[in-house]
Design a protein around this ligand. Structure first.
Ligand code: NAD
Ligand code: 44H
Length: 478
């Protein structure tokens, strides 16, 4: 095996100013936004747009311990379907702060005049909204604690709003809040939840956050699996780099961003980002064709005995099922997307899902489902029900989640149900052998879907089939 040459970033990192504070530095941010800024830095641009990464949760101590000794540098490996590899050392994260160590440092970094954008990848669950009503959940205990006068923040809401309040008191304009999470209308969602939280502190502050802060929406896309020990070993063997936490990703990169940045932004268009006036058609296309298809393969794939996305896509029945889901249930709900041929887009998606090198796990795709199916799939089902369109496959996907949530596979092996609602969902799923609608009745996930006969019938059929004959036979018949 040849050792490939991996150069450090070819720019002087000294003197790069921090213009972006990013909350939630995980795999995706490091494969996507940090790459775009690195690209600009390599072009000699954006030297006032360095990134200060921030971890808010206790679990982010691991990222602190990985990035700090590496001075924020890390290896990004791109894995091509033919086995080819590209790698680069990314240098755009010039600082990393771990909020539980020093909340004040995080607040002051966000309140600093140089900070003009605060960006987020805090997962869908991070927005703390009710899945059915969409309203901010004001009863969450950490939110209640952060809203108390003088509270030292622990939540994203406490940090962002306190930093905005400090800027306001100091006569500084508010930074732009840029959500890069897979949430439909992520900018408007961010506006709603941050303004709602600010309103708990002070109604006038809530109105100001709502009216004065810019929250551009974005569609972000790059499949970024969880880094494994094998990835660390690969980086050491192929590139001779002992990286505590490299990141791997597929070659595909897309970022469509609403151009609303009152304090300016990096020239992201020079790094392949599409700046547009309205992101919504792109978002809907991506969430309903890509993310909902991930849901379509995750549970059925795992129940059929697969562990990886590419294995699931090599299963002809499952590949056909996913493609039919896209064509017959997702596509009819989409408006034309400027500059995009949906047939080509779907064909590319099937290829991306099948990339055997990326090794994205069905376990990743099947985690935190209560934040995903209600947002990626249920709205699509509602659109199809409204227009008389097909919902058979969507119903089978929801039924496969219900079956998966029983926590035991078809061979009697345990399935780890990773979901913030697992304590409630697993018992409900287990009760469905005698009460088949138990899971679908969860109002916090499905609203009134259980009252829609056109959905309930195929749901019950699929669930019954999964119980009686299993996922493989169910897929073959779908
Ligand atoms: N991985 C991908 O393929 C991908 C692609 C496109 C978009 N995204 C978006 O990025 C998000 C993160 O993905 P990732 O792969 O980086 O995951 P990750 O697990 O590697 O990182 C998630 C980060 O979010 C933080 N976080 C989670 N919940 C939080 C909360 N309640 N408050 C504050 N911080 C919180 C974690 O501490 C961590 O730093 C996804 O949920 C999705 O919305 C991911
Ligand atoms: O990251 P999530 O939770 O929004 O959804 C899981 C995957 O569908 C998602 O991470 C995709 O890989 C990603 O959205 C591709 O751009």
């Amino acid at each position: 095996m040849t050792m490939l040459d991996l150069a450090a970033p070819p720019y002087d990192r000294a003197g790069i100013r921090t213009g972006i504070v990013h909350l939630g530095v995980g795999g995706f941010h490091r494969a996507h936004q940090a790459l775009a800024v690195d690209e600009l830095l390599r072009r000699g641009e954006a030297r006032e747009w360095g990134i200060c990464g921030v971890g808010l949760l206790p679990g982010d101590a691991a990222m602190r311990d990985a990035l700090r000794p590496q001075d924020g540098l890390y290896t990004l490996v791109t894995k091509h379907a033919d086995g080819g590899l590209d790698a680069r050392v990314v240098g755009s994260i010039v600082e990393y702060l771990f909020a539980p160590d020093d909340p004040e440092a995080v607040l002051e970094r966000m309140a600093h005049p140089d900070t003009r954008i605060v960006s987020l990848t805090i997962t869908e669950g991070g927005y703390n909204f009710d899945q059915v009503t969409g309203a901010f959940d004001t009863s969450a205990p950490d939110v209640v604690a952060d809203a108390r006068p003088g509270a030292v923040p622990t939540t994203v809401f406490g940090f962002v709003v306190e930093a905005l309040a400090r800027r306001r008191t100091r006569g500084l304009p508010p930074f732009t809040v840029m959500s890069c999470d897979n949430v439909q209308g992520n900018g408007e969602m961010a506006r709603a939840v941050f303004a709602a939280f600010a309103g708990l502190r002070d109604p006038e502050l809530g109105r100001w956050v709502h009216d004065a802060v810019a929250f551009p929406s974005s569609m972000v896309d790059r499949i970024t699996p969880v880094t494994t020990e094998a990835d660390r070993a690969l980086v050491a063997e192929r590139f001779g780099v002992q990286d505590r936490w490299p990141v791997v990703a597929e070659p595909f990169f897309q970022w469509v961003l609403e151009d609303r940045f009152p304090l300016g932004r990096p020239p992201l268009e020079h790094a392949g980002v599409q700046l547009v006036a309205d992101v919504e058609p792109y978002e809907l296309m991506k969430l309903r064709l890509l993310n909902a298809s991930h849901q379509a393969m995750a549970y059925l794939g795992r129940l059929a005995g697969h562990r990886y996305a590419h294995e699931a896509m090599a299963d002809p029945d499952l590949a056909r099922f996913v493609r039919d889901f896209m064509d017959r249930e997702a596509t009819p709900t989409l408006a034309p997307v400027p500059g995009v041929d949906l047939e080509e887009y779907k064909a590319t998606l099937m290829e991306r899902f099948g990339n055997p090198e990326v090794r994205d796990t069905l376990a990743r795709l099947g985690s935190e489902t209560s934040d995903r199916i209600p947002k990626f799939l249920v709205p699509l089902v509602r659109d199809q029900l409204r227009t008389g369109g097909e919902v058979t496959r969507s119903a089978a996907v929801v039924a496969s989640w219900a079956r998966y949530a029983e926590g035991v596979d078809e061979q009697g092996e345990p399935i780890e149900v990773v979901d913030r609602l697992a304590d409630r969902l697993v018992p409900l799923a287990r009760s469905q052998r005698t009460d088949p609608l138990a899971f679908l009745r969860s109002p916090m996930l499905f609203g009134s879907l259980v009252e829609e006969p056109r959905f309930v019938e195929p749901y019950l059929d699929a669930l019954d089939s999964l119980h009686r004959v299993g996922a493989r036979a169910t897929l073959a018949a779908l």
